[in-house]
Design a binder for this molecule. Structure first.
Ligand code: COA
Length: 175
């Protein structure tokens, strides 16, 4: 049984580890090896400590865990951050451990983010991913996301290309 719940500050270290590990696998061949290998758990921990410590923060974080409390996936979302006119909500981060993929956990985490945004009155959703991240692109297309466009984006200090997918109505995504 997988459970999805809102993250707490106590989750920061486990989230950081999963995030670092997943980048190294999912972005291999897209992001240069030396950059990927230089990403430390500590730098990710600082990032997530900061996000989870925000008292009035607008970014919210969800985790998926198994019955023993082992972290299987993470997602974060909040207001659309880049000024894309038609979209008001954004999925900032989504990662499922490689050995837990293909079991509906990614879909459940996107649902949690979409439901949380809808509770705040936001029923549109945008997500950006690396343009060459084809498995993620297929996943978002399977969830009904429409291709928006490509744009340059900074990833850990280097310029890469992103692809955006969006939902102008998240009703189906929330069910
Ligand atoms: C992309 C990712 C989040 C998907 O999570 P997941 O738990 O494996 O996906 P789910 O099992 O919830 O799949 C949901 C649906 O998408 C489909 N899908 C998932 N991955 C797919 C792929 N690579 N190609 C085609 N369809 C895919 C599934 O078949 C499923 O469809 P169905 O419900 O109609 O059967 C996960 O693979 C991941 O963490 N990848 C590495 C990190 C990453 O790229 N994150 C996104 C960065 S923006």
């Amino acid at each position: 049984m997988t459970r999805v719940r809102e993250a707490t500050r106590a989750d920061a270290a486990a989230i950081a580890r999963l995030h670092r590990d997943n980048w190294r696998v999912a972005y291999r061949g897209i992001v240069p090896d030396d950059l990927l290998d230089a990403i430390t758990e500590e730098s990710r921990r600082q990032h997530w400590n900061g996000v989870l410590a925000q008292r009035d923060g607008t970014e919210f974080v969800y985790v998926a865990e198994d019955e023993e409390g082992r972290l299987l996936g993470i997602a974060s979302g909040g207001p659309e951050a880049g000024g894309e006119a038609r979209y008001h909500g954004e999925l900032y981060v989504l990662h499922v451990r490689p050995d837990a993929q293909g079991r509906g956990i990614g879909r459940a985490l996107v649902r949690a983010v979409a439901q949380r945004l809808a509770a705040d009155g936001i029923t549109t959703l945008l997500v950006w991913m690396l343009r060459e991240n084809h498995p993620a692109r297929r996943f978002y297309a399977a969830l009904g996301g429409q291709f928006v466009r490509e744009q340059p984006a900074m990833f850990e200090g280097i310029m890469l290309m992103d692809a955006g997918y969006g939902w102008l109505d998240t009703t189906a995504l929330r069910q």
